[in-house]
Write a protein that binds this ligand. Structure first.
Ligand code: SDX
Length: 428
């Protein structure tokens, strides 16, 4: 493949380097463009713009391929654990037994929150949005770790904040939930794994410990594996953007939570359940809803459908769809929302509107039904997404600093008023 691309404009041309990735993706390197021509490129929404090279995650949207550090998501979903996958995403290789044991031990030792954080939780109103609490408390966590506010990518100055954030994000989430329902914080148990401890902190009562069914604990672990990273999505790009100013890892992931909250991004998993519940409770025919979702004048979208990169089935949606069945059977429950989801998917897959636009179920379409089945309240769904995405955010923050990338500072094309003089107030 050619290693140069030529750009011609108004009689002059420039040869630009071409970067070819390990999966033969081709990128035109425009780092010299403005200096050599005075011109910039324009790409609102960055659909055609790569912000970096990365070794962490590979997605082929046309083929529905997702790999973390080269390992197919299907294999990790079937054979790995969230702790093992988190290590892989962070450090680039599957851990050996000692590495995994040490990593899990570091996470387990960091499970508690500083008691001083209690008063902050009590300051939130009961109806505080959990994602707002999560974002705020991640920054407050940095106040108790000021010696770790660095851009270190190696050694304890990196491994400690990484372990603290991955571990403590569970207690922050569970404490936010319990405070909102007027229940005291439930301290973590040293005998439980990552996902089981989160469920314990969420649901155990003072005199009745919550003991999750193995299928439930496994389902949550799988959910977290599937959310661990997804290359340069909106929230990961936000983490990189904030981190590029050399702000701390804590503030970068706090910003990532803010970006993930949006209903077009991680917030979609709540919106899917609200959509399915609305259809169910108001007796709306799925066919009528699909028609509304196609109508440009209707505010309705088929939430959980469509993706900027996947133009075929999101492999995570396929895995989650299978897992939902297994969990509902293990819990011996049925969920009418699942039947509606199946019907909507069936319809959308045969509709020209969705086919022409390559709109398929994404990770959020079935994930909410899974979380509902294991008892997670809807307003906590996107918090669970953030817990899963923490290793990916941290790995991207680390990679950016390892590459010593410059501060992110995009340019623009100005289209506002040209120069004009000030007009005194009385003369306007
Ligand atoms: C996540 O980037 C990632 O990797 C994200 C993520 C991750 O792991 O980090 O995968 C997680 O955010 C998944 C996406 C969750 N969001 C939703 O499910 C919300 C519903 N989906 C859409 O809002 C939309 O599909 C996006 C936001 C996901 C993608 O937006 P794009 O790429 O900007 O596409 P678009 O909005 O320009 O849509 C293209 C066309 C439009 O119609 P036309 O103007 O061409 O006629 O498709 C239509 C859109 O109106 N369309 C939809 C639709 N999604 C797109 N129509 C109805 N229902 C939908 N869901």
């Amino acid at each position: 493949m050619a290693d140069k691309a030529t750009l011609s404009y108004e009689g002059s041309s420039i040869d630009l380097d071409v970067v070819i990735g390990s999966e033969n993706e081709v990128g035109i390197d425009i780092t010299r463009l403005r200096g050599a021509t005075g011109m910039i490129t324009l790409d609102p929404g960055y659909a055609n713009t790569g912000s970096c090279t990365s070794d962490i995650t590979f997605i082929d949207g046309e083929k529905g391929i997702l790999r973390y550090r080269g390992y197919p998501i299907e294999e990790l979903a079937e054979k790995s654990s969230f702790m093992e996958t988190a290590f892989l995403v962070l450090y680039g290789h599957l851990p050996n037994e000692k590495e995994l044991a040490d990593f899990e031990n570091d996470i387990s030792e960091e499970a508690y929150l500083h008691y001083g954080m209690k008063s902050h939780f009590e300051g939130f109103p009961d109806n505080a949005p959990p994602m707002a609490v999560l974002s705020a408390m991640l920054n407050i966590l940095s106040c108790y770790n000021t010696e770790l506010l660095t851009t270190a990518t190696e050694g304890p100055k990196f491994t400690e904040p990484a372990a603290k954030i991955i571990s403590k994000v569970r207690a922050i989430a569970a404490w936010a939930y319990r405070t909102s329902i007027g229940k005291p914080f439930m301290p973590p148990r040293p005998d439980l794994g990552y996902s089981g401890n989160f469920l314990h902190m969420m649901f155990s009562q003072q005199f009745k410990l919550y003991e999750p069914l193995p299928e439930v604990e496994r389902a949550l672990d799988l959910f977290l594996i599937l959310h661990a990273d997804h290359e340069q999505n909106c929230s990961t790009s936000t983490v990189r953007m904030v981190g590029s100013s050399h702000a701390s890892l804590f503030s970068a992931v706090s910003a990532g939570v803010g970006a993930l909250w949006g209903p077009l991004h991680g917030g979609a998993n709540c919106e899917v359940i609200r959509m399915l519940t609305g259809i169910h409770e108001h007796g709306i025919k799925p066919r009528d809803f699909v028609e509304k979702a196609k109508d440009k004048n209707s505010p309705e979208k088929l939430m959980g459908f469509g993706h900027r990169v996947y133009k075929s089935f999101d492999p995570r949606a396929r895995i989650l769809k299978g897992q939902v069945d297994a969990v509902l059977k293990a819990l011996n429950i049925s969920d009418p929302l699942l039947d509606i989801a199946y019907e909507l998917e069936e319809m959308a897959r045969s509709e020209d509107y969705f086919i022409e636009r390559n709109l398929y179920p994404n990770v959020d379409f079935y994930s909410g039904i899974l979380l509902r089945a294991i008892g997670i309240p809807v307003n906590m769904f996107t918090v669970l997404f953030a817990i899963g995405r923490m290793p990916g955010w941290i790995a991207n923050w680390r990679e950016m600093h390892e590459q010593s990338l410059r501060i992110s500072r995009p340019r623009q094309i100005y289209t506002g008023a040209t120069k004009r003089s000030y007009i005194p107030l009385g003369e306007r």
